[in-house]
Design a protein around this ligand. Structure first.
Ligand SMILES: [Zn+2]
Length: 168
């Protein structure tokens, strides 16, 4: 499975990037770590709890299990007494694909973009605009797919007039 190249761009970034914003919003502690995803299957969240009731979570790539140090409570150094694997949901994944062309030193459509929605777990399932749109329109379209399960993405796609015109 090939992942979006955008997700690999954080490899050399400073640790200020919060790669776990989704977890933070759900009340999980943010680990504020940079991760590089250069392929492989989607991973899963793991939720741990120590016997004092402290909870924490980590994101682990692919089928791996949390490392030993990730199974230790940061509050009191106690080992986790429970560890639950929470696989990623199949949600709409967004890509804004440059439509710019280049030939013999000339470029065009530099503010043109194709808009793409794909299944987070099955990247072969793709909806892509048949014509290009501006960056601002692509951002507006992206906002319509926030928190949308893949099972509803196709219906949402059909409901967007701007997209329907160019739908492949
Ligand atoms: Zn604890």
């Amino acid at each position: 499975m090939s992942r979006s190249p955008v997700q690999g761009d954080f490899g050399g970034a400073p640790a200020a990037f919060d790669g776990n914003a989704e977890g933070s919003r759900n009340g999980h502690p943010s680990t504020a770590r940079c991760v590089s995803i250069y392929g492989g299957e989607m991973g899963a969240w793991w939720e741990m709890r120590c016997k004092h009731g402290h909870g924490w979570s980590v994101y682990v790539q692919e089928e791996a299990e949390p490392a030993e140090e990730q199974l230790v409570c940061k509050e009191d150094d106690l080992p986790a007494v429970t560890a639950a694997r929470l696989p990623l949901a199949d949600r709409a994944e967004i890509r804004i694909v440059p439509a710019a062309w280049e030939r013999d030193g000339h470029t065009g459509r530099t503010d043109g973009y194709f808009f793409e929605v794909r299944s987070a777990l099955h990247p072969e399932k793709v909806l892509r605009s048949g014509s290009s749109m501006s960056w601002d329109d692509a951002i507006r379209c992206a906002a319509m797919f926030r928190e949308v399960p893949w099972s509803q993405a196709e219906r949402r796609w059909r409901n967007i007039r701007a997209l329907r015109r160019g739908m492949v």
